[in-house]
Design a protein around this ligand. Structure first.
Ligand code: FES
Ligand code: FES
Length: 165
């Protein structure tokens, strides 16, 4: 990617997102959330609070769940990022998607991408989580619609599907 006069003051930042190498010219403190959504067209991560409180902007950076509204894009240099779009073909996502649908875990859908990434992160560490583990694992993600019970049930349900022989 070549820089232009519009790129003055910006830095070149390269990272991998959903398995594809990307390079952007961005102001160092630009939010990763904005770069993903506005420059790369990855609108799965949502802006809720913009202050690190709601988790709707969650993505994985080198396997760590982060709030992309709090991450300056410069911190993404060389990092492997996974967004909800990158999980579309994963079998574990399918289990979670089915479970969220069946249990009523997705209503308006604003929190759902972040919830699913948080749930995947949890299940990768704890394939058979207890209810307390699910509560803890999803504690950084807020939902205004469901009252959480359906979401916790969906994660437990998906864990059962994934670990059933
Ligand atoms: S929008 Fe990032 S935590 Fe709420
Ligand atoms: S489904 Fe609407 S915020 Fe969670």
């Amino acid at each position: 990617m070549n820089s232009t006069s519009d790129d003055r003051g910006k830095s070149e930042v390269s990272f991998t997102v959903n398995g594809e190498r990307k390079t952007v010219f961005a102001f160092p403190m630009e939010r990763l959330l904005d770069v993903l959504r506005q420059r790369l067209g990855l609108t799965g991560a949502k802006e809720g609070c913009g202050e690190g409180e709601c988790g709707s902007c969650s993505v994985l950076m080198d396997g760590v769940l982060v709030n992309s509204c709090l991450v300056p894009v410069l911190q993404a240099e060389g990092v492997n990022i996974v967004t909800i779009e990158g999980l579309a073909m994963g079998t574990r996502l399918q289990s979670l998607q089915e479970a969220f649908l069946e249990c009523g875990g997705a209503q308006c859908g604003i929190c759902t991408p972040g919830m699913i990434l948080a749930a995947l992160h949890l299940l990768s560490k704890k394939p058979r989580p207890a209810l307390e583990d699910i509560r803890e694992g999803l504690s950084g993600n807020l939902c205004r619609c469901t009252g959480y019970a359906q979401i916790f049930e969906a994660v437990a349900n998906a864990a059962q599907r994934n670990t059933s022989p």
